[in-house]
Design a binder for this molecule. Structure first.
Ligand code: ZN
Length: 278
């Protein structure tokens, strides 16, 4: 999955007073685009601090191994050999280094969190950054804003050697997926699993069992993957506003996604291999 970058380690803990150096790498964002340098063979790197004339501000993000990364909001400057690419196109264009692909999505989530909390949602005042932790503080009303993560579930609904594969309507995704949905306020993950499967497929489920989780920064998600068994009538009644198709599919007939980034793909693979939790 996208976060599986071992032996590399991304450390997202905030380091108070962390200072930028000439060789710090910079995620420079302009809306949905950020600066990359194409190294060929689907490989890329980020520019270093010394390549920018801009005085910043540069905001500390995280480290990957011993390399530190900072955030810069673009003023239009483009260092030699660099170009802006769209964060959503990253996955189609660059595959390596794998830890930098994961770091890019993580940086994108942090960039939007900093950008979207420039003003306090409670009193409307301009906010500032905490000097001691990764938090945004309103100097007027004292509100403290922490990064927001949105929980959601991925669900493999099974019946013996079959699983329900879906395709989404109205989304630019043209390969197989599983049932998925956001957790509502007041729900447990298990409630979300039961509700989403009922809404999308019209099925009741039982024996809900956890598999793994995954940060999915492009939409601020933390995904929790579950398998479950259909309970009673297996006839699918599709929510055709949400899904283009939902089909009982045998293990050997599962077609995987074109890359191995997603929890959904790993869950389809585990079922295909007969290695899902029972
Ligand atoms: Zn406020």
């Amino acid at each position: 999955m996208i976060q599986d970058i071992a032996p590399h380690v991304l450390r997202n803990q905030y380091i108070p007073g962390k200072e930028i150096t000439d060789t710090s790498r910079v995620f420079c964002f302009k809306d949905r685009d950020f600066l990359t340098r194409d190294l060929g063979e689907a490989c890329f790197e980020l520019p270093e601090r010394r390549e920018f004339a801009s005085e910043g501000p540069y905001t500390y993000l995280f480290t990957v191994d011993s390399q530190d990364y900072f955030l810069l909001v673009s003023d239009g400057e483009v260092p030699a050999g660099c170009e802006f690419i769209n964060i959503r196109a990253l996955r189609q264009r660059f595959l390596a280094p794998r830890e930098l692909v994961f770091a890019s999505y993580t940086a994108w989530q942090l960039f939007r969190w900093y950008r979207d909390n420039t003003f306090c949602g409670t009193c409307g005042s301009r906010t500032g950054l905490s000097e001691t932790e990764r938090a945004i503080i309103c100097p007027e009303c004292g509100r403290i804003i922490y990064p927001r993560i949105i929980p959601a579930v991925i669900v493999g609904v099974t019946r013996g050697d079959e699983i329900v594969l879906t395709r989404y309507a109205n989304r630019p995704i043209h390969y197989n997926a599983l049932v998925a949905g956001f957790t509502e306020i007041g729900e447990t993950f298990e409630d979300t699993v039961r509700r989403e499967v009922k809404e999308e497929l019209g099925l009741n489920v039982k024996n809900i069992r956890y598999y793994k989780s995954q940060p999915w920064a492009i939409v601020d998600d933390l995904l929790a993957g579950f398998y479950c068994d259909v309970d009673g009538d297996p006839t699918i009644h599709l929510d055709d506003g949400e899904l283009a198709s939902g089909t009982w599919t045998k293990r050997e007939d599962i077609e995987l996604q074109p890359d191995d980034f997603s929890l959904t793909n790993e869950m389809m693979l585990m079922f295909k291999l007969g290695r899902e939790p029972r």
